[in-house]
Design a protein around this ligand. Sequence first.
Ligand code: FAD
Ligand code: N01
Length: 527
Amino acid sequence: MKKLDALVVGAGFAGLYMLHKLRQDGFTAQVVEAGSGVGGTWFWNRYPGARCDIPSVQYSYSFDSELEQEWTWKERYSAQPEILEYLDHVADRYALRDGILFETRVTAAQWNEESRRWTVATDTGTTFDVQHLILATGALSDPKLPDLPGLENFTGPILHTAKWDASVDLTGKRVCHFGIGSSGIQTVAAIANQVGELTVFSRTPSFAVPCSNPLLSAEDSAAAKAGYPAMREIMRHSALSFATLPKSGSAKECDPAEREQRLEGAWTESTFSLLMEFDDLLFDDESNALATDFARRRLARTIADPEKARKLIPQGYPLGSRRLCTEIGFYDAMNGEHVALVDVREEPVVQITADSVDTAQGSYPADAIIFATGFDACVGAIKAINITGRGGQQIANEWADGPRAYLGLAVAGFPNMFTITGPGSPSVLSNVVVSIEQHVEWIARCLSDMRAQGQSVIEADPCAEQAWMQHAHEVAHMTVFPRANSWYQGRTADGREVFMPYVGGVGAYRAKCDAVRDAGYEGFLLG
Ligand code: FAD
Ligand code: N01
């Protein structure tokens, strides 16, 4: 059994930086990664059209100015291959690969009361005896397949966007595609002209704004590199961790003609400009309703076929309460004559046969099926590990009624276990790389402080955890977010919703974490 100070699960943005930081700070550490390479999200999500929706100069590490200066992004929003290339470069640059065990899945972790250490098991039989268990398992890393009757009878390839098999050639094929969230919108746009026939099965349509994605010129890159220090500082302390801040002013108090003009400008500016055009859009129902109405009218102008428009224009939830999507050619693709749209709420799937998807109203021939049906978000990858904490309590049981965690960093009853971008932290409601860096640095500092003070165990105090979850719940309900059925929500056994990410803002959250540390890890029990 290998003995280490820390075991890190996952080699995405979070796991790579965590390993580097632990090594820098003199800890023995190892990463275990299920995939055969580094990159996490950007290793697995190889579907056509996959790209980020936060400018790459912002969606990248800030911890080393030399890395910032030597890496030149090619486009404003990079596609998956370029982001993966960047993360491969990071792994090589900081010589991280020899600390990563690939193609190995952590299956179980058991807290040992006597040794006050974790025993960690993997699917290859390798085991570890570690003081700290750090879960860098990703909030969007556990893909979900819908439970469709007869799926096992389908004879063609079945693809999930997050487990894409690039060897499948879709050229000229009849493809049935499920889901039009961020992944589905990108996939449909990218394959529409390649396939023979495309039938898109949607359930909840998304708001998607056009993505303007110019190549970055030498001047653009030079300006970005010169501006990194100031830009990163704004991002670390702003609410959404973007380089631009929401514009002040209320939508409902704005003159209607001016409001329309501003929203129109924001529509094409950048992914999240629409939500930041007024600073009350995510908090004030009336202001949000005005922007939601604008977005619906804007989409009606974009989608030519009125029947497709009826099915594609979101109804029944506020703009921004589900992840705002970005599109390059999605609505154009949907306008195509060889592209059909089925709303499964009106026309449920009754069965899948060897070569078709059948609904109550018709049969849609299929040579291949694509699922862009998302993830068991925020908790799936953690619950999939059989984690047994103090007194035999298991994380899957403890979180059956929705996740609980102190600051999204630690869970009461699970000593010396940290989650990076865990539930209760801003995570998926932020530029995730900013949130990852903040968590990695906080955890590394915590471990160093413990070492300096001769402490071997840290655990979230259940009272502090409860208070944080209550605070997170209250803040979420001051916004429009909980008013949509979305993957941001966990669900308790009795059907209550638990909003999982922390909505209170990245800057405020960082300040809280720093204050907790400066007060001697307030809300944690140390021993
Ligand atoms: P991940 O990248 O998910 O890595 C987790 C790793 O842990 C995975 O490789 C997984 O294999 C491994 N793992 C999990 N469980 C185990 C186990 N039991 N044993 C071994 N290994 C395990 N965020 C943004 O801020 N901006 C964007 O533009 C953006 N675009 C996105 C696009 C897509 C298609 C998706 C799916 C997500 C996007 N995200 C975006 C969110 C994205 O997940 C994060 O930005 C970030 O990449 C997460 O990094 P991570 O290291 O925390 O987790
Ligand atoms: O997953 P999703 P995703 N029949 O859950 C539908 C990030 N990301 O992979 O909501 C038909 O958003 C489901 O409907 P419903 C980003 O954070 C970013 O697209 O369950 N449809 C939903 O509409 C994003 O939010 C980028 O009613 C079915 C869709 O499938 C997150 O990852 C790119 C269905 C799934 O959408 C997840 O995005 C990609 C069924 N049986 C991902 N079952 C960027 O651009 C489910 N659906 C940065």
